[in-house]
Design a protein around this ligand. Sequence first.
Ligand code: SF4
Ligand code: SF4
Length: 346
Amino acid sequence: MKVVKLPKSKVEEFLSSLQDFGEVIIPKEKTEHPGVYYFDVMENPSEMAWEYLRTIIPPKKYLHKPREVIFKFHKEQGYQEVIEDKETKRILFGLHPCDIHGIKILDVVFNRDYMDPYYYARRKNTVIIGLSCLPDEKCFCKSMNTDYVEDGFDLFLSDIGEDFLVAVGTSLGDDLVAERAHLFSEVEEEDRRKYLAFRKKRNESFRLELDISDLPYILDLEQKSPIWDELGKRCLTCGSCSMVCPTCYCFNVYDTLNLDAKSGQRIKQWDACLFKDYALVAGGHNFRENRAERVKNRYYHKQFRMVEQYGKPSCVGCGRCIDACPAGIDVVEVLTKVREGSYVTH
Ligand code: SF4
Ligand code: SF4
C-alpha cells in the first residue's frame, strides 16, 4: 500500500482543495451542545472537528437516506423515477475505522440478492477518506475486529503528531494525492517509528471488551433466556439504537397522495425492528407483538443471523447505541451477561 505524508499545517489547504471534486462532508461540533458531533457539508475547513470520536448519526445517512422519494406517479402522466442525489459527487471525510466497516457491511447488504439502485447511485459517487482515532470508554471496535481498515477507503489519515500518514487505498485516492502532490512528501524513518508508537498507544487505550468467540452458538443456546424478558421490561422501543447504528438498514416503503388526489409519491424511510408495527402484516397479525421479542430480535439479527448470512456480525463496536439508549441498555453488558448466564435486573 502506498503511504505518503501530509503536514498538519497543510491539511486545511488539502480539505479546501477537495471541494474541487464535490461536496465535502465533515464531522462538526454542535455549537449549542459542545462535545456533540454530526456530519454535515463543509463550508469552511476550520469547521472540521478533528477531535471528534463519534457523531450522533453515522455517515450512512448520505448513502441510505433517512427519508427519500423513490418515484412519483400521476394519473395521466404516469410514473417518474426519482433517485435523490444521483449526480452529487461527495467526499465523506474523517470517517473512523468503525464507520468505514459500517459502510462495508451496507455495501454487501444492499448488493446481495438485489442491487439497491438508490444506495448504489450515491455510493458510486462517494469517496471515503478515513481518520485515525483514540477510543473512549464506549468503544469496543477492537473486540469486533473493526478497529483498523485494510480496504474500504480511498485515503486514510493517521495522526502521528505534526503530520498525518496518508494511506492510499484506491486509484481514485491516488489521483487525489497526485493532483495535490505539492502538499505531500515521502515518509521517513522517524515517521514510521511515530506511527508504530501511535498504534501501540491506541491498542493499549481500549477499556471496553466484548468476547465474541462462539457468540452465535451461545445465543442459539440462550433463545429462551429470561434475559430477553428483563430487557423487554426496560426497553422503551424508541428505536434510537437502530437509528444511530451504522449498520442498521431496515426501511419502510409507503405512498403519499397529493391534494389533487391523482398524483403522489412513493417514500422509502428508515424503520426499526424495535417499533411495534414493524412486524405487523396484512390481516393484523404481528410476528413480534411484545417488546421482549423485538429487543431480542435486534441482538439475534446483529450477532447471530448476520454471521450465518454474511460470515460476520453487523456490530462494529462504535458505542453509539450505548450513548443513545434512554433506558441505559448497554450492548456489551447484555452480551457479557448472556455469556455468563447472570443477567441482573435493574
Ligand atoms: S449495535 Fe451499537 S455498538 Fe454495534 S454498531 Fe450498532 S450502534 Fe454501534
Ligand atoms: S435505544 Fe434503548 S430503549 Fe430505545 S429501542 Fe433501543 S434498547 Fe430500547
